[in-house]
Design a binder for this molecule. Structure first.
Ligand code: DAH
Length: 341
C-alpha cells in the first residue's frame, strides 16, 4: 500500500533531518543521515513516491512543497559535507605528518666481489674489441676438457690428483679443470672467423692455501681466422694488460701446453722499470689437432688462445695478498672494493 502524502510529516522530517545534518561529526555520519532520508526506505523517498497517488490538483502543490523541502535538505547536506570533508582532510594530513629531520635507518649497501669486478673489467675489454662472450658447462665431458684439446691419454693432468671425476666413471664427466674446454665447443658451434672470450669457474683438487683454491676462475680467449700469428696474440695480450693495469710491458716465454704450438707463458712487468715480472697467462697458437677435432681446416685457418687466472688478476690489481680473503665470503672484505671499477 502506498503511503499517504502528508506535508506536515514531511515538514517535521525535514526539521529532524536538518538537525541530524547539523549534528553529524563525520562523512560517515552524514552518509547515514542521507540514506535515512533518501535511501530506498527513506522518509523523503517514500514521500516522493506517495505524491504520485494524490489527486491531480493536489499533486502540483505537493510536488512543489516536496521540491522546496528537498532543496533545503540538499543545501544543508552539501554545506555540511564540505565542512566535514575539509576537517577530515586536515586531520589526515596532521596524522600522517612526517618529520623530515628525523634520522633514517641506513641499510648497508652491498658491493661487488673483486672476482666479479675483475671479470667485468676483462669482459668489457673484449666486448669493446667486438669479441663475443661465451660460456661452457662446469660439469664437462672429458672429451672437451682433455681429448679434443690434444691431451695424450696418459697426460698427468688427467690424474685423480688433479681432476675431480664424477661417478659413475663411465659417464666420463669431470668438473672442468680449465676454461680451455670451451674452445672446441665454440669452434663447433660458431661460424668462422671466431673471436670469443669466456669466463667461468674451474676446479682442481688443490687444497686451499694462500695462492691456490680448489675452485677458481679463468678467462679463456680464442681467435681463429685466416692468417693469425703470434704477433696478433702478443698485441691482444699487451692491450689487455695495459687495459687492466695501466701501461704494461709484457713478455712471452716458451712453455708447453698440449693444445697450443708454440706455447708461451706471458709475464707482465709490474711496477714499471725496476719492478718485477709476474706470470699472468698461458697462451699459444691453437694446435692443428685441436682445429681438426672441431672440423676446422688447419691448412686454411690459424688461431691463438690464452688463459688468464681471474684470481691472479684480482690479487695483483686490488692488492689482495691471500687467497683465503677471496674465498671466505666475508662481506667486510668485499666492501673495501665498493668504489672499485
Ligand atoms: N688452460 C691452461 C691452464 O689452465 C691455460 C691456457 C694456456 C689456456 C694456454 C690457453 C692456452 O688457451 O693457449 O693452465
Amino acid at each position: 500500500m502506498n503511503a499517504v502524502f502528508d506535508s506536515s510529516d514531511l515538514s517535521s522530517s525535514l526539521k529532524e533531518g536538518l538537525k541530524q545534518i547539523e549534528e553529524a561529526q563525520s562523512s560517515k555520519d552524514l552518509e547515514s543521515v542521507h540514506s535515512k532520508y533518501f535511501g530506498s526506505q527513506g522518509l523523503f523517498s517514500l514521500a516522493s513516491k506517495s505524491i504520485g497517488s494524490l489527486q491531480k490538483e493536489e499533486r502540483k502543490e505537493a510536488g512543489e512543497f516536496f521540491g522546496r523541502c528537498k532543496k533545503e535538505f540538499d543545501g544543508a547536506f552539501l554545506k555540511k559535507k564540505e565542512e566535514v570533508e575539509a576537517k577530515e582532510e586536515k586531520e589526515k594530513l596532521e596524522s600522517e605528518r612526517v618529520d623530515m629531520t628525523l634520522p633514517f635507518t641506513r641499510f648497508p649497501m652491498g658491493s661487488l666481489h673483486p672476482i666479479t669486478l675483475a671479470s667485468r673489467k676483462i669482459e668489457a675489454f673484449f666486448t669493446s674489441l667486438g669479441w663475443s662472450l661465451g660460456e661452457g658447462p662446469e660439469i664437462e665431458h672429458a672429451w672437451y676438457n682433455f681429448d679434443a684439446l690434444n691431451f695424450p691419454p696418459d697426460h698427468p693432468a688427467r690424474q685423480m690428483q688433479d681432476t675431480f671425476y664424477l661417478s659413475p666413471e663411465e659417464s666420463c664427466l669431470v668438473l672442468r679443470t680449465q676454461t680451455s674446454s670451451t674452445q672446441v665447443r665454440e669452434l663447433i658451434s660458431g661460424p668462422l672467423p671466431l673471436y670469443t672470450a669466456s669466463i667461468g669457474k674451474v676446479f682442481r683438487s688443490d687444497p686451499l692455501d694462500a695462492f691456490h683454491s680448489p675452485v677458481f676462475h679463468q678467462c679463456e680467449g680464442l681467435a681463429v681466422d685466416e692468417g693469425l700469428s703470434v704477433s696478433d696474440l702478443k698485441g691482444i695480450l699487451k692491450a689487455l694488460s695495459t687495459y687492466l693495469f695501466g701501461e704494461a710491458d709484457i713478455r712471452l716465454r716458451p712453455s708447453y701446453f698440449p693444445f697450443t704450438e708454440p706455447s708461451f707463458e706471458m709475464d707482465m712487468l709490474l711496477g714499471g722499470e725496476g719492478g718485477k715480472w709476474v706470470e699472468l697467462a698461458g697462451a699459444g697458437m691453437v694446435h692443428p689437432n685441436v682445429l681438426k677435432s672441431a672440423g676446422v681446416d688447419p691448412g686454411k685457418y690459424t688461431g691463438f688462445a690464452f688463459g688468464i687466472g681471474i684470481e691472479r688478476v684480482a690479487m695483483l690489481k686490488y692488492g689482495v695478498k691471500d687467497m683465503h680473503d677471496l674465498v671466505e665470503g666475508d662481506e667486510r672484505f668485499s666492501r673495501q672494493f665498493a668504489m672499485g671499477e
